[in-house]
Design a binder for this molecule. Structure first.
Ligand code: NI
Length: 214
């Protein structure tokens, strides 16, 4: 991990932490022991050291929108843009998926080397069929991935994703609080960059061109 990425990760982590605290009203008790606590430690101590040891992203075993078992190796493009969310998300997920689709299109031939992936944090409702209908709204190459609760828990841990059911009365009709990052993954499944909700498509396009070598 280079220094620019380390700095960016720390900044991203702090901002998302604040966003979660303010927006979600999520207590630290719920997140104790997880990567969020490590991030919080770095924030309090104003040091990048805890972040440097945090490995983010990697391999996975999930089910695609056709109901087929897949791993990262099934996607043949050298690069991936990965986003975690849920299909019933009212705003952030659609906005970020539109951003990913626009960025891939605007990258032209470079974009063809990037596989966009949407991984659900709500496997109870996001079946392959639900995902198939949803991803087709955004980009013809966007693939939706779900899995067993255990598989989703594992991939969330691999990518250091925070997600939890928001409090509500209706057990069927709920929202999820979740962290929102776009992960640029490289040919060896290593994290190359992490983009925030605040990052404009133009920034992603410029940065992706810098990050990838074809
Ligand atoms: Ni969302």
């Amino acid at each position: 991990m280079n220094n620019t990425l380390k700095k960016r990760l720390a900044r991203t982590a702090i901002l998302s932490m604040l966003a979660l605290m303010v927006g979600g009203g999520i207590s630290f008790i719920q997140m104790q022991g997880g990567p969020a606590q490590i991030i919080q430690k770095g924030f309090q101590e104003n040091t990048l050291a805890p972040m440097a040891g945090l490995s983010i992203g990697g391999t996975f075993a999930l089910t695609d929108q056709a109901g087929k078992a897949v791993t990262e190796a099934d996607f043949k493009t050298p690069y991936k843009l990965v986003y975690f969310g849920f299909t019933a998300c009212p705003m952030i997920c659609p906005t970020e998926l539109r951003k990913i689709a626009g960025v891939i299109n605007d990258l032209g031939p470079v974009g063809e080397n990037i596989q966009p992936l949407f991984i659900t944090v709500d496997p109870a409702r996001d079946t392959p069929e639900t995902l198939a209908n949803y991803v087709s709204l955004f980009h013809p190459r966007l693939v939706g991935l779900t899995g067993t609760p255990e598989q989703i828990e594992t991939v969330k841990q691999t990518f250091k994703v925070f997600a939890a059911k928001a409090r509500g009365k209706d057990p069927e009709d709920y929202l999820m609080d979740h962290s929102s990052f776009i992960y640029l993954m490289g040919p060896d499944n290593q994290l190359l960059a992490l983009y925030r909700v605040e990052d404009a498509p133009e920034f992603l396009i410029k940065d992706i061109k810098n990050q990838i070598s074809l």
